[in-house]
Design a binder for this molecule. Structure first.
Ligand SMILES: C[S@@+](CC[C@H](N)C(=O)[O-])C[C@H]1O[C@@H](n2cnc3c(N)ncnc32)[C@H](O)[C@@H]1O
Length: 222
């Protein structure tokens, strides 16, 4: 790859070759979900695939509220096998990503990803019960949530205040709230719940067509 083929994408820690998105690989030589590795001027980058990661889809869809910096501590709810959480970990190194996942099956895949990235800490726990991981997480800067279950905004609010976060990103899967309701109404209802919970809503970005009937809501502590 020549010198001008990898450049900052305009958001902290996110790069582009003009077509694809990348993060710096904080575990050189390792992939997490079969993504491409590219070396440029001695630095290894991992492709960040928008159809596999809703945070990359958010960037592709024009999302610009991006609270991740080197040193940011993140509570990540619904880490699954670590696809998006690993990219967040690349960006916030040396900050910590606390990864909460309820499914033992996904957790089994998450653990080796965390083993190769010392700033990812896995918890087999339920995001509706912050007390299950509060023993190890004192406070965080950012809450990122992507859990497909009813009551997404309420679960987010509970964690946001429990850990003193200042900003966050919340994926709303419309069908998890109400399969029959127009997704736009569901996003609006979630936005209002977050406002009622005292948060300031910075952006609501629909993720279609990369993630059908999903939106990302970006918030600050208001
Ligand atoms: C859509 S997947 C997450 C994908 C992941 N965020 C990514 O981009 O790589 C949703 C995950 O949330 C988990 N989940 C659902 N309810 C949860 C809860 N109450 N607490 C923790 N995790 C939960 C599911 O087991 C599933 O792995």
């Amino acid at each position: 790859m020549s010198d001008d083929e990898m450049r900052p994408a305009g958001l902290e820690g996110v790069f582009t070759d003009g077509e694809r998105l990348y993060t710096r690989n904080s575990a050189p030589g390792k992939t997490v979900y079969g993504e491409r590795l590219v070396t440029h001027e001695g630095v290894q980058y991992r492709e960040w695939v928008p159809t596999r990661s809703k945070l990359a889809a958010y960037i592709r869809a024009g999302g610009r509220f991006f609270p991740f910096r080197p040193g940011t501590n993140v509570l990540y709810l619904g880490a699954a096998s670590g696809t998006t959480a690993s990219h967040v970990a690349d960006i916030v190194t040396p900050g910590t990503v606390y990864c909460v996942e309820i499914s033992p099956r996904s957790f089994r895949d998450l653990v080796p990803v965390c083993e190769s990235r010392p700033n990812m800490v896995p918890f087999l726990a339920d995001a509706t019960k912050p007390s299950e991981y509060a023993f190890a997480v004192s406070s965080v800067d950012v809450v990122y949530q992507d859990i497909a279950q009813k009551g997404q905004a309420q679960i987010f609010l509970k964690n946001f205040s429990a850990f003193g976060a200042k900003s966050g990103l919340l994926v709303i899967k419309s069908r998890s709230e109400d399969v029959t309701q127009d997704p736009l109404r569901t996003y609006e209802a979630s936005r209002k719940q977050l406002l009622s919970g005292g948060l300031r809503v910075e952006e609501v970005v629909r993720l279609d067509p990369m993630e059908k009937d999903h939106a990302m809501i970006a918030v600050t502590s208001g």
